[in-house]
Design a protein around this ligand. Structure first.
Ligand code: GDP
Ligand code: MG
Length: 449
């Protein structure tokens, strides 16, 4: 797996949060330290690590917990969001609008240009595009042969001329044929370093070819040194993106990824192996989700969105105050709560109720009772839900049989409903202290709780 060590440490950290009894500053400090350690081990630049961790800490201490999330879930969300931002936030598209789209791969010796030309060719032809490869590496003796073999493997046309020493002339030689393709991937020669000679060669190619995309191919094993390299290539040949290779084989990959994100040269692809299919689009959100081992992260974020809104809560409050509170309201309230988790959250959102201290027994056994009630209500007719007062013994029999519960369960729900309704009527004009007293009188029972 890519960045396995980083992933393992971050997962362990999140597990620690999930297992914690409560979230306090001590836990947040621990979390921040763990994240720092994990990132530093992945060769992320120290300054960047500290700016990230102070951001996480600040948000963890100051941000309000969004509706529908627990404090723990919020912490996880913050870590996820800040890591995503750290990596450039949004997936950067390849510009494939031109016909042909010319993609030039540049980079130092051994970074993986030729291999990625083949991988990218396969990636694009799988998407229905007609792909040609053009070899302009006149430095490495067997460069053209390597590209030709890759082309055969992926079924793409390969152009090049091993006898020609000038890369620009190779391009000119095939220019007319290249217009028949959707995409032309141009493999170039590297050097040991970004020398004057390499810069001038790339600039000549650049002027002649005018590629839509210039992707810097960079090896992940150089870690944070990727920053200087990406910056140098960006400044001299104006790259449009980065393709980081060998990410599966190094512990330093985190450093390389982050380094590129901050140079303003977005990472567009990652190479994750030597085989032709080992290439992936780089999508910060999906990538961080995977690193954190959270397939259900989207579900968590969704939950926050779906949860009861202030408006819903106010609507409910109006109904309560008018006293026309039916079992249907109780039911929809329960539905909303199921999405939301903790009861205390719901209470906070109903105006005026946030300040209440809820009796402990109210919070206990909540889940089980809700489940039973839901089964019961599913077996009721609409009329029964609207007018629970009318439900007599024969109906109770029918409902309990239909829902696989007992008559006592049904009667308990009806009792709850009557009590809740009575209490709701009394809410009008009362202050929180009075309400607290009232709730104690009712044995800590509120609708749906
Ligand atoms: P070039 O000099 O930039 O053209 O680099 P090459 O394409 O010739 O690749 C150099 C070496 O890196 C070869 O042995 C490739 O098999 C290897 N390589 C390329 N991409 C990856 C990758 O994503 N993962 C790993 N492990 N090796 C890769
Ligand atoms: Mg090469």
């Amino acid at each position: 797996m890519v960045l396995e060590k980083l992933s393992d440490s971050l997962k362990a950290t999140l597990q620690k949060i999930a297992n914690s009894v409560f979230v306090d500053e001590k836990l947040i400090n621990e979390l921040v330290k763990d994240i720092q350690r994990a990132l530093l081990q992945s060769d992320v630049n120290v300054k960047l690590v500290f700016s990230l961790s102070s951001k996480i800490k600040e948000r963890a201490l100051k941000d309000e917990v969004p509706p529908g999330l627990t404090k723990r879930e919020q912490l996880i969300k913050i870590v996820y969001e800040e890591l995503v931002k750290f990596l450039g936030e949004t997936e950067q598209e390849l510009d494939l609008s031109k016909k042909p789209t010319k993609i030039m791969l540049v980079g130092l010796f051994g970074s993986g240009k030729t291999t990625q030309a083949g991988k990218l060719g396969k990636y694009l032809s799988k998407r229905g595009l007609r792909v040609a490869l053009l070899g302009t590496d006149t430095w490495r003796p067997a460069a053209f042969e390597q590209l030709r073999q890759l082309g055969t493997q992926i079924g793409a046309q390969v152009y090049g001329n091993p006898d020609e020493k000038d890369p620009v002339r190779i391009y000119n030689q095939f220019e007319k044929e290249l217009i028949n393709f959707d995409v032309v991937i141009i493999d170039t020669a590297g050097r040991d370093a970004l020398s004057e000679e390499l810069i001038s060669e790339l600039n000549r190619l650049n002027e002649e070819i005018k590629p839509t995309e210039k992707l810097l191919v960079i090896s992940a094993d150089i870690g944070q040194a990727a920053e200087a390299q990406a910056k140098a290539f960006h400044d001299t040949v104006n790259i449009t993106g980065v393709l980081i290779t060998k990410l599966e084989g190094t512990a330093k990959g985190g450093g390389a990824l982050v380094a590129c994100a901050i140079t303003g040269a977005p990472v567009k692809f990652i190479g994750v192996g030597e085989k032709i299919d080992d290439l992936e689009r780089f999508n910060p959100k999906g990538f961080v989700g995977r690193i954190l081992g959270m397939g259900d992260l989207e579900a968590l974020l969704e939950k926050a969105k779906e949860a009861i809104t202030e408006e819903d809560a106010q609507d409910l409050e109006k109904k309560l105050l008018k006293g026309d509170f039916t079992l249907i309201d109780l039911y929809s309230q329960m539905e909303a709560m199921k999405k939301m988790g903790p009861l205390s959250k719901v209470m906070e959102m109903i105006p005026g109720m946030g300040q209440l201290k809820l009796p402990k027994e109210m919070l206990q056994g909540q889940e089980e009772r809700l489940k039973t009630w839901k089964y019961i209500m599913n077996s009721m007719t609409k009329a029964e839900l609207e007018q629970p007062e009318e439900i007599g013994p024969p109906m109770i029999d029918r409902i309990s049989k239909g829902s696989g519960t007992s008559n006592a369960d049904v009667r308990e729900l009806l009792k709850q409903y009557r009590q809740s309704k009575k209490m709701m009527k009394m809410f009008k004009g009362s202050n929180p202290k009075q309400m607290e007293r009232m709730m104690k009188r009712f044995g800590g029972k509120l609708p749906g709780m």
